[in-house]
Design a protein around this ligand. Structure first.
Ligand code: VGL
Ligand code: ZN
Length: 207
């Protein structure tokens, strides 16, 4: 891999593993795959979902609502989730089996109480920037390879925003796992096709 390419490792945190608060089915299965990808890259960015306790995306913070209900907020539809990735909690930590050596930057997102942020670039208000695009451009990075959790939420939203920012975008399919809620995976795949996001398997990089 070359100096203009970066691996973006999305939200591989305890709460998204099978035993976590917002389990992604088979989530932990990608950890060995991601560990094999890490040494191939000169640039590596990790993201971490990092919510305050009173975050607007938590069903518990809305009377009469259950996890996985959808509500409408000023910035659009919001799925309500179980309480997850609370700042400084065990569930918010990066998965312990994940090899963190080589990571240059960690982007924490979803830190504002009133706005969710699936994307590592732009919060759900579609205005507030995380600073990731500028950091990547300062490092002359023009191509991003995505892996992590969940394929159809944080990976997809990040990949779509990256394409919008002008990066070449590749998703490493077997290094991601989906939640698949109400057709979200199929919807995501259709959006990727529209903007020319490429899908590969991890073995395509290791050959
Ligand atoms: C995520 C739902 C809520 C993700 C984060 O990392 O895909 N999904 N917060
Ligand atoms: Zn979240």
């Amino acid at each position: 891999m070359n100096e203009n390419q970066c691996l973006v490792v999305v939200d591989i945190q305890n709460d998204f593993l099978e035993t976590g608060a917002l389990p992604v089915p088979e989530g932990s299965q990608i950890i060995p795959t991601v560990n094999k990808l890490l040494p191939l890259f000169k640039h590596i960015v990790f993201t971490q979902d990092w919510h305050p306790k009173d975050h607007i995306s938590f069903a518990d913070n809305h009377d009469g609502k259950k996890p996985y209900d959808t509500i409408n907020l000023a910035y659009g539809d919001q799925v309500l989730w179980p309480v997850h990735c609370v700042q400084e909690s065990e569930g918010a930590k990066l998965a312990s089996g994940l090899n963190g050596t080589g990571k240059e930057k960690v982007i924490k997102k979803g830190c504002n109480r009133g706005v969710d942020s699936y994307s590592a670039f732009l919060e759900a208000d579609r205005k507030t920037k995380t600073g990731l695009a500028d950091w990547l451009k300062q490092h002359s990075i023009n191509e991003l390879f995505f892996c992590g959790l969940a394929t159809d939420f944080c990976v997809s939203w990040s990949a779509l925003d990256a394409a919008e920012e002008g990066f070449k975008v590749v998703i490493i399919r077997d290094a991601c796992k989906p939640i698949d809620l109400n057709g979200s995976l199929q919807k995501a795949e259709q959006e990727w096709k529209k903007v020319g996001i490429q899908l590969i398997e991890s073995k395509d990089l290791q050959e």
